[in-house]
Design a protein. Structure first.
Length: 480
């Protein structure tokens, strides 16, 4: 077996020396009987050695001091001899010796590195994209009661998380977000633009909170906007839609009726809270956090909007009626804003198509030739704006009623000096619109007032609708 090794002696640590140490059973037996840990030392570098425990485990170590002879001796374990070659251990010992000479304690550095690694792992887990989406929904979207909660949640669930999964936010690059957009058909311009905007806002929020240093989407070109729609529902289409909505199941029947009565945006009504509306003053205070233009606004509620809210609250119309003080007006869960718009729209369109066929049959027309309107919910806002201008309402008032800020009346120098809120004018316009809907549902049309002097019947129609404002009778949402 060769000469036995003695504890504490100097030796040149090599493969053959380690193999001899492993074979020296007498030496290991003596160490076990003594119950002590023993060391064998090399000189390149000084402090590089081998440690043998009483159990016979052999490891490479490096021994050093950080303050001269009087300072504490410290030992750093490099690794077990079974797992690392002698020359690899020697190279590591030289690195540790260099660190010690430069004033860095290898043991403390190892602890600091381990701690930093653990913190980085924890941070990476906390900032994993899928988890961060949930945090954004909780800490910003729901906390600020953003009207777009359902849309934001849909974008995360269907488009962003399936691509980015649990990637840490700090490792995301512009290319990652390009991949998200690449999964959306090029023809879906509005969806691509919406996904971009939602993700960009979340990343900016992460920067504001100090979770990441910079927005990886910075400098990324915003997807092209879809062509502007010019769809305006005709009077016949409005009448058909109102009839269908009056028979449509809650919560979507009342939801769409309120949308049509107020001209508000879909998500503004979907997240409407009872605390925002006041029955005695027939008004709705939309918080800035839920408004698309980030501005608080007070909207008038015409008699039809009030009637819809009365129906949702389960109240009979009357002066003493009171709405709930808080809670979502429309919800299928009781705790989250209304969603499922596509499915409800499909059911509503089917109901409209059925009514169109029935009307055709009564008129003696082939039902297969009946046409039902192709429309979107947002077309209601354009329809309202068009009809109000048809009724002679000022452009600025229409813009204020629909809370537009990009129009000529609220841009540039006008936005600075034009601070009038158009409160009385907005209420008058809202009442005109409700009267217009009543008249249309009752079968009246502008063409009925055509004359030689007024070929289109516009002036006659304006006078007629203004006369309907104070007309007694059930609101359109109660017509059968």
């Amino acid at each position: 077996m060769g000469q036995s090794i003695n504890s504490g002696e100097r030796m040149s640590i090599s493969k053959s020396a380690i193999d001899r140490l492993k074979r020296d059973e007498r030496f290991r037996k003596e160490q076990g009987q003594a119950g002590k840990t023993h060391y064998l030392w090399d000189t390149d570098p000084i402090g590089f050695g081998v440690r043998i425990t009483p159990a016979g485990a052999i490891s490479y170590i490096y021994q050093f001091r950080m303050g001269g002879r009087g300072s504490q001796v410290r030992r750093e374990v490099i690794g077990r001899v079974e797992k690392i070659a002698p020359e690899q251990a020697r190279a590591r010992a030289r690195d540790l010796a260099y660190m010690a000479r430069m004033g860095t304690d290898p043991i403390e550095k190892k602890k600091a590195d381990r701690k930093a690694k653990a913190e980085a792992k924890l941070t990476a887990e906390q900032l994993a994209f899928d988890r961060y989406c949930n945090r954004y929904l909780e800490k910003r979207v729901r906390a600020e009661k953003l009207a777009s909660e359902a849309n934001i949640e849909m974008v995360f669930r269907l488009h962003a998380v399936p691509v980015l999964r649990d990637k840490p936010l700090m490792s995301l690059t512009k290319r990652d977000f390009v991949e998200v957009l690449d999964t959306i058909p090029a023809a879906s311009l509005a969806l691509r633009r919406s996904v971009y905007a939602i993700l960009n806002r979340m990343m900016n929020w992460a920067v504001e909170r100090g979770d990441i240093a910079a927005n990886p989407m910075s400098g990324m070109k915003r997807p092209s906007a879809p062509p502007s729609r010019d769809r305006v529902l005709s009077d016949d289409e409005l009448a058909l839609l109102l009839r269908a909505l009056n028979e449509f199941e809650p919560p979507f029947g009342p939801f769409d009726l309120l949308l049509l009565a107020t001209g508000a945006r879909r998500d503004e009504i979907a997240a409407l809270d009872w605390s925002e509306v006041d029955r005695p003053s027939a008004s709705w205070g939309l918080p800035a956090a839920r408004a698309k233009n980030d501005e608080f606004s007070i909207r008038p509620l015409n008699k039809h909007a009030v009637a819809v809210l009365d129906r949702v609250a389960g109240l009979e119309c009357g002066e003493g009626a009171r709405w709930p003080r808080q809670g979502l007006v429309f919800s299928t869960t009781g705790s989250t804003p209304l969603s499922g718009f596509s499915r409800s729209k499909a059911r509503l369109d089917a109901r409209i198509a059925l009514l169109a066929r029935q009307d055709a049959e009564r008129a003696g027309i082939d039902p297969d030739l009946a046409q039902s309107p192709c429309w979107r919910r947002h077309d209601a806002r354009r329809t309202i704006a068009t009809n109000l201008q048809r009724l002679g309402v000022r452009f600025e008032v229409v813009e204020a009623l629909l809370t537009h800020t990009a129009g000529a009346s609220r841009s540039g120098i006008a936005a600075v000096y034009q601070r009038w809120g158009w409160g009385p004018e907005k209420r008058e316009a809202s009442d005109l619109w409700s009267a217009c809907l009543d008249a249309i549902l009752a079968g009246h049309r502008q063409s009925d007032f055509a004359s030689k002097e007024d070929r289109e019947g516009l002036r006659g129609w304006q006078v007629f609708i203004k006369g309907w404002v104070n007309r007694e009778g059930p609101p359109f949402c109660e017509h059968k």
